[in-house]
Design a protein around this ligand. Structure first.
Ligand code: TMP
Length: 209
């Protein structure tokens, strides 16, 4: 049995990831591919509990950058071992709404944690690299407006626009450093066009293998 493929979806706040997850799911189903949808931080009961702790607005201004970095990797260590790796080994594809690139973007770019520190954690806590990463690209202002319209803000969404600008820059740097793995999707377009672009990119990638 061949190993499943690992696809991740990334982007700043309000980039429209939920809609795109549904498009990816529909496209894989159409091709008869067995897959699982998951998210980070989270994806297992324990990792979801760590997520709730990490994003709780109660800890705004209290949680240290180091604590935050360790929490997202604690959730990831559990998620990778309990869910992602077993699914891939069983031949299923895994689509994750965020993964390690988010740590380079938010904890690295946003909080200024050194990239070498993140790379060291990645190496032992979650040494699984996605086969394909879709990065939804939307201007920070537009994304935040969309995220805020959803109501209650989590701890990250409460950060200043400058924080989210640094996240965006770091995401672009990650994509530029690994063009073979990344596909950047222009998420400023109307939803139907974003959906069509994602479907086209994904089918092209599936068929190229
Ligand atoms: P989301 O599910 O709405 O994208 O929320 C997850 C939040 O967690 C989002 O603000 C990004 C943040 N996050 C990190 O800061 N580091 C990480 O490694 C991951 C996976 C997410």
């Amino acid at each position: 049995m061949s190993r499943g493929r690992f696809i991740t979806l990334e982007g700043g706040e309000g980039a429209g990831k939920s809609t795109v997850m549904a498009v990816i799911a529909a496209t894989l189903a159409e091709r008869g591919i067995a897959f699982e949808l998951t998210r980070e931080p989270g994806g297992t009961p324990l990792a979801e509990a760590i997520r709730a702790l990490a994003l709780d607005p109660r800890w705004s201004g209290v949680m240290q950058a180091e604590t935050e970095l360790l929490l997202v990797f604690a959730a990831r260590a559990q998620h990778v071992r309990e869910r992602v790796a077993p699914a891939l080994a069983a031949g299923r594809w895994v689509v994750s709404d965020r993964y390690t690139d988010a740590s380079y973007a938010y904890q690295g770019g946003g909080r200024g944690q050194p990239a070498e520190r993140i790379a060291a954690l990645e190496q032992w806590a979650a040494p699984l690299t996605p086969d394909l990463t879709l990065l939804l690209d939307v201007p920070v202002e537009q994304g935040l407006a969309r995220a805020f319209s959803r109501g209650e803000r989590d701890r990250m969404e409460r950060e200043q626009a400058e924080f989210h600008e640094r996240v965006q820059v770091a995401y672009h740097a990650r994509a530029a450093a690994d063009p073979a793995r990344f596909r950047i999707v222009d998420a400023r377009q109307p939803q139907a066009q974003v959906a069509a672009a994602v479907r086209t990119e994904l089918l092209r990638w599936i068929d190229a293998a």
